[in-house]
Design a protein around this ligand. Structure first.
Ligand code: COA
Length: 712
C-alpha cells in the first residue's frame, strides 16, 4: 500500500534524537539523486515537535551540494500529515514553529514534492503548500479545518492557498474548514497530478520530470481577489458562525493574502492567529474534538471485544425505524425491516428507499451505491425472515406492552444469542424485557431523529448487559458514521433528562415574565441553532404531552408544574405540523402569536405570579446552571461516566454550541461558584422543584472544575 515503508529501508532519523525521549519520526532515504523524506508518527502523522525538528533538518540537509536534485515527502501509515499536534496547543509554542518549517521547505534550494494519501489536513496541507508540487492519490482529501478548532491556519495556509487555488475555493476551505476530495483539489490547482496507485513511485516519476525545470516558486504578489466584497463576506460568514469568532478571522487573513505581498501576508496571518490558541472558544473546541473521541472509550468497555455484524433486523417502519435501517445499510449491513403487515412493509420499503436515494442529489453517495444499498434491504411482515440476524433493534412506538411483544417475537425468531436492542427514548427497558431469555444480550440503542442523519446514539447499559454486547453497540454506531455515548438507565437517559430539566425551567420563566421568543433569542445568541420552544414546535408537542399524562400519577406533588404546554396541545396547537404551537407557523417562518402571549399571561394571573423581565444574559446563565446541575447529577449517579460524555450528548444530539464545548465545559468556563449561586437562586424560587447537585456544590466550594473528572 502506498505510503507504508519498511523500517529497514530508512536511514537514521533526522528528528529529535532518540536519547531525548522522542521517537524516530522523520527519516530520509536516497533514490539516486532524489531524496525521499518519510514522516512516520502514528496514528495520523501529526506535526509534533519531533516531526517539526526532523523536517526542518531535512530542508537544510537536502541540497544540490549534497547531490540531491529533488525531494519527495511521503507519510507512513494510513494518512499524510493530518495537521498540527492538537495535544501540544495547551502548552504553547515550542520552536521550531510550524510556520518556520513550512517557510524552510518553501525556500529550499531543490524542489519538494508532497505525495499525499489519506488526509492532508491543517498543518499537513500547509506543509504540502510549502512544497513546490503536490501529487495525490485519487482517494485523498485535503482541507484546512483550523476554524473548527477556533483558530485559523497559521503556517501560511491562508496566504499560500489563494496563490495556488482560486480565491473562491480558498474562501470556502478556510472559512468553513470543510475538506475537498482529490479530484476537486486537482481541478482547483491544489494537486498537480492525481494517481490511482503506487504513490511513491508516481511521485518519484514526477520528480524526474520536473527536476531540471526552473525551480517553481509561489508568486509573492498579492493573490487575485476577483472583486471579492470582503466586508459583505465577513458579515455573511459571521452570521452563519453563531458567535464563533474564528471564521471571521479567517476572512481577515484571506483579505491580507489579496492585499499584501506574500512575506507581509505571512506576518499578518501570524499576528491574527497568535492570541487565538488560548482563547476560550479554541480551548472549548479542542475539548469537543477530544471528547468526541474519548466517548468511544468508556471504562465499561475496557477489554471488551465487539461481535462481528453482517445482518441486522429493525422492527418498526416509522420514521425512526426507517432512518435506522438506512443508516445500517450505509454501514454495509444486510437489513431486514419488519412491519405489522405487507402493506406497511411495502410502505416502509418506499420510505427507506427515499432516505437512501435522497443522498444522491446531495452528493453523499452515487446512484450506483444507493442501488447497492437497497439490494441489501428486505422489508417484510414475517419476523422469521430476520432469522440469522446477529442484532435486532425495536423501533416501535413508546408503549411498554407493544415493545414487550416485539421482544418476544424477536427472541423467538433470532434465537438465544442474538443481541436485542430497544430504541426507547424514555421508557425503562428493564420494564419490558424481563421476560426475555438471556438478558446479557439486551441493551438500549437510542437513536436521534432523523436517524439516518443525526450523529448521536446513546448506548444504554442495563443491569445485565454483557460488555461484548455494549462494545457491539458502539461498533455498530461507528460503522454507521455515528458517535456512541454510554448511558445508564434513568428517565430520558442523558440527553432527554437534561432537556426536560431546562425545558421545565423555560416553562417556569414563561409564567414568571418571559416570552418564548425572548428565551429562544437568548439561546440563539448563546450559539444554539434554535431555541427550546422552536425545537418543541419542530418536534411536535404531542409526544411529550402523552409522556406527561403517563407520568401524572407518579409526579412529585411538591414539584412546580407548568400547564402551559398542556394548554397548547388541548387548544389544538401541536407545533409546526398543525401550523400553530408556541409560535404561528407560516411555511418555514415562525411568528410570535398574541394568542400564546395571552395564554401565558392568563395562566400567570391565575397562579398569582408577579411577572418580571429577564435579560438575555440572565436567561442564558439560568439555563446553563440547570443543565450543568442536571449533568452533574447524571455523572454522580453513574448514568454518564464523565462530564465529557454529557457534553458530547448535548453537542451532537441537541445542538449545544460546540464553541462552548457543551454545558459541563461551559459551566467550568463560567466558574462553578457562579453556576452554583445561580442554581441556588433558582431552587430558592420554587422550593421542592430542584435538587442541587452535591457534586456541583463540592467542586464549587473548592473552585474546582468538572473537567478534572474527565481524566479521572
Ligand atoms: N493532533 C493530535 N492528535 C490527533 C490529531 C491531531 N491533529 N488528529 C487526530 N489525532 C488523534 C485523535 O485524537 C485520535 O486519538 P485517540 O485514538 O487517542 O482518540 C487518533 O489521532 C485517531 O484519530 P481519529 O479521528 O479517531 O481517526 P480517524 O481515522 O477517524 O480520522 C482524521 C483521522 C485525521 C481525519 C481526524 O483525526 C481529523 O480530522 N483530525 C484532525 C485534523 C485537524 O483538525 N488538523 C488541523 C489541526 S490544526
Amino acid at each position: 500500500m502506498a505510503g507504508v515503508f519498511p523500517a529497514a529501508a530508512r536511514r537514521p532519523s533526522v528528528g529529535a534524537e532518540p536519547g531525548e525521549g522522542a521517537s524516530m519520526t522523520v527519516s530520509i532515504a536516497h533514490e539516486g539523486s532524489f531524496a525521499v523524506v518519510t514522516v512516520d508518527n502514528p496514528p495520523v502523522n501529526a506535526l509534533s515537535h519531533a516531526v517539526r525538528v526532523g523536517l526542518l533538518a531535512a530542508a537544510a540537509a537536502l541540497t544540490p551540494e549534497a547531490g540531491v536534485r529533488a525531494v519527495v515527502l511521503v507519510c507512513a501509515g494510513r494518512t499524510f500529515i493530518a495537521g498540527a499536534d492538537i495535544k501540544e496547543f495547551d502548552a504553547g509554542p515550542q520552536p521550531p514553529s510550524l510556520g518556520a518549517v513550512v517557510d524552510a521547505i518553501a525556500a529550499a534550494p531543490v524542489p519538494w514534492i508532497a505525495a499525499i494519501h489519506g488526509t492532508a489536513f491543517g498543518g499537513g496541507l500547509e506543509i504540502a503548500l510549502g512544497c513546490h508540487y503536490r501529487v495525490g492519490l485519487d482517494t485523498a482529501r485535503v482541507g484546512l479545518p483550523e476554524v473548527t478548532l477556533g483558530i485559523i491556519p497559521g503556517a501560511g495556509g491562508t496566504q499560500r492557498l489563494p496563490r495556488v487555488a482560486d480565491i473562491g475555493t480558498a474562501i470556502r476551505m478556510v472559512t468553513t474548514g470543510k475538506p475537498i476530495g482529490a479530484a476537486e483539489a486537482a481541478k482547483a490547482g491544489i494537486l498537480d497530478r492525481l494517481v490511482g496507485a503506487d504513490l511513491r513511485g508516481a511521485a518519484l516519476g514526477f520528480a524526474a520530470e520536473i527536476a531540471d525545470a526552473p525551480h517553481r516558486r509561489l508568486d509573492p504578489a498579492p493573490a487575485v481577489a476577483h472583486g471579492t466584497d470582503w466586508d459583505a463576506l465577513r458579515r455573511g460568514v459571521m452570521e452563519k458562525a453563531r458567535g464563533q469568532e474564528s471564521p471571521g478571522f479567517a476572512v481577515d487573513a484571506l483579505r491580507a493574502a489579496c492585499t499584501l505581498p506574500l512575506a507581509e501576508g505571512l506576518v499578518e496571518e501570524r499576528r491574527i492567529i497568535a492570541p487565538l490558541f488560548q482563547s476560550p472558544q479554541s480551548r472549548a473546541l479542542r475539548h469537543a474534538f477530544f471528547a468526541e473521541r474519548a466517548v468511544g472509550r468508556p471504562k465499561a468497555l475496557d477489554g471488551a471485544v465487539a461481535r462481528p455484524l453482517t445482518h441486522v433486523a429493525v422492527t418498526g417502519g416509522g420514521l425512526m425505524g426507517c432512518g435506522i435501517a438506512a443508516a445500517a445499510l450505509g454501514a454495509g449491513l444486510r437489513v431486514t425491516l419488519i412491519e405489522r403487515d405487507d402493506g406497511l412493509a411495502e410502505a416502509a420499503r418506499g420510505r427507506v428507499a427515499g432516505l437512501v436515494e435522497g443522498g444522491v442529489p446531495r452528493g453523499a453517495l452515487t446512484a450506483a451505491e444507493a442501488a447497492d444499498r437497497l439490494t441489501r434491504l428486505t422489508t417484510t411482515a414475517r419476523a422469521d425472515a430476520a432469522a440469522g440476524a446477529e442484532l435486532a433493534i425495536e423501533a416501535v412506538f413508546e408503549d411498554a406492552a407493544a415493545k414487550a411483544a416485539v421482544f418476544t417475537t424477536l427472541a423467538a425468531a433470532l434465537g438465544r444469542e442474538a443481541i436485542l436492542a430497544t430504541n426507547t427514548s424514555y421508557l425503562d427497558p428493564t420494564g419490558f424485557t424481563g421476560h426475555v431469555e438471556n438478558p446479557a444480550r439486551i441493551l438500549g440503542l437510542h437513536f436521534f431523529s432523523p436517524a439516518h442523519v443525526m450523529r448521536l446514539v446513546e448506548v444504554v447499559r442495563m443491569p445485565a448487559t454483557a460488555p461484548d454486547v455494549l462494545a457491539t453497540g458502539f461498533a455498530l454506531a461507528r460503522a454507521m458514521g455515528k458517535t456512541a455515548v454510554l448511558s445508564g438507565i434513568c428517565d430520558g437517559f442523558i440527553g432527554n433528562r437534561i432537556l426536560s430539566a431546562y425545558g421545565r425551567l423555560a416553562g417556569y420563566m414563561l409564567e414568571d415574565g418571559a416570552l418564548p421568543g425572548q428565551i429562544d433569542a437568548a439561546m440563539r445568541a448563546w450559539g444554539w441553532p434554535m431555541g427550546v420552544f422552536e425545537m418543541y414546535d419542530m418536534a411536535g408537542l404531542q409526544i411529550s404531552y402523552a409522556n406527561r399524562r403517563r407520568q401524572a400519577g407518579t409526579r412529585d406533588p411538591a414539584l412546580r408544574y407548568s400547564r402551559l404546554a398542556d394548554l397548547l396541545v388541548e387548544a389544538g396547537r401541536e407545533g409546526q405540523r398543525t401550523g400553530r404551537g408556541w409560535y404561528r407557523h407560516d411555511g418555514r417562518s415562525a411568528q410570535e402569536d398574541p394568542e400564546v402571549t395571552a395564554l401565558i399571561e392568563g395562566e400567570a394571573a391565575r397562579l398569582n405570579r408577579r411577572r418580571r423581565s429577564f435579560t438575555p444574559e440572565e436567561i442564558q446563565a439560568r439555563l446553563l446552571a440547570v443543565m450543568a446541575n442536571e449533568g452533574a447529577q447524571i455523572v454522580e449517579e453513574g448514568i454518564a461516566e464523565r462530564p465529557l460524555d454529557v457534553d458530547v450528548v448535548e453537542m451532537l444530539g441537541y445542538g449545544y454550541p460546540r464553541h462552548r464545548g457543551g454545558p459541563m465545559r461551559a459551566a467550568d468556563d463560567a466558574g462553578l461558584p457562579a453556576v452554583l449561586a445561580t442554581m441556588t437562586a433558582i431552587a430558592a424560587e420554587d422550593p421542592g422543584s430542584w435538587t442541587i447537585s452535591p457534586l456541583l456544590s463540592r467542586l464549587a466550594s473548592v473552585d474546582g472544575r468538572f473537567g478534572i473528572l474527565d481524566n479521572a
